[in-house]
Design a protein around this ligand. Structure first.
Ligand SMILES: [Fe+2]
Ligand SMILES: [Fe+2]
Length: 184
């Protein structure tokens, strides 16, 4: 187990959530820790998905701490861990191939990226309503014009309603975008 994998597994175990060991095993079996984060954009190298997910976790944890000190609601630390580390878990089954020659796995390429992540998590462990919303809307504006399906996963209006409901939903998108802008 490398440092990246070790950090992610330790954080997931902190949540002590039912079925987490089975989910971790499923992640290992499906190459979560060696998958790319994307095949054309950020993190398109082996381990890119794990590196991206951990970066998003650190960004979201830090920004939530700052927002809390400025008066925002407290958020369960487990929610920060689950939503950030697992928001892109579906990417571990969406791509095939090796570095330099990644391609879409067409068994999953046309499924909704965000909700496929939620569906995978739900098979193994519990996910709260807030975590579902954070993961569902983590693509921000990109999710309204999703790349491969010809239509978005949600509308701009729906997304803005959720952003108003809880800033942490918007913040996961901001952290996702920030990590991607750094190439992770
Ligand atoms: Fe994503
Ligand atoms: Fe992401």
């Amino acid at each position: 187990m490398n440092d990246l994998e070790d950090s992610i597994v330790k954080l997931l175990r902190i949540t002590d959530r039912r079925g987490m060991e089975d989910l971790i095993e499923f992640m290992c079996y499906n190459d979560f820790f060696i998958s790319p984060a994307s095949i054309k954009h950020h993190g398109n190298f082996p381990g890119g998905l794990a590196r991206h997910s951990l970066k998003v976790y650190y960004l979201l944890r830090d920004i939530q701490e700052k927002m809390y000190h400025m008066g925002a609601d407290a958020i369960d630390p487990d929610t920060i861990i689950i939503a950030s580390l697992l928001h892109d878990i579906s990417n571990m089954v969406r791509y095939d191939g090796v570095e330099g020659a990644y391609s879409y796995n067409f068994n999953h390429a046309y499924e909704e990226h965000c909700m496929l992540s939620v569906d995978i998590i739900r098979k193994y462990t519990d996910v709260t309503a807030l975590e579902v919303l954070m993961i569902r809307y983590h693509m921000g504006v990109y999710g309204t014009v999703e790349f491969n399906r010809g239509s978005g996963e949600y509308t701009l209006k729906e997304m803005l309603e959720q952003w108003k409901r809880s800033p942490i939903i918007k913040m996961l998108y901001i952290c996702d975008e920030t990590a991607a802008a750094e190439g992770l």
